[in-house]
Design a protein around this ligand. Structure first.
Ligand SMILES: [Zn+2]
Length: 88
């Protein structure tokens, strides 16, 4: 189904070395889940990830969509959103 992982094998060591910096993005406001809108016409679902999908293009994904469509975390694969003001 997918052959995109081969190109990224060299990144595995790098991920382990500094996984937090590579896989987390601090944001003020969570974007909307693109994938819920594209597949289910749901709007306003907060995204938890910005990542590459199994279909190829990058998209904002909520937890559920990431588990279905995401290819994983790391440089060139995906990042998890972390809200810096989550204690509001
Ligand atoms: Zn979603």
């Amino acid at each position: 189904m997918t052959d995109t992982d081969e190109d990224l094998e060299w990144l595995d060591d790098l991920e382990n070395l500094d996984s937090y910096l590579l896989t987390e993005v601090i944001v003020n406001k969570l974007p909307q889940c693109d994938t819920c809108f594209a597949y289910k016409r749901l709007v306003g679902i907060p995204a938890a990830y910005d990542g590459k999908t199994k279909k190829g293009p990058w998209a904002y994904m909520c937890q559920e969509c990431f588990e279905i469509y995401g290819v994983g975390l790391g440089l060139g694969k995906g990042h998890r959103f972390v809200r810096w003001n989550s204690e509001e």
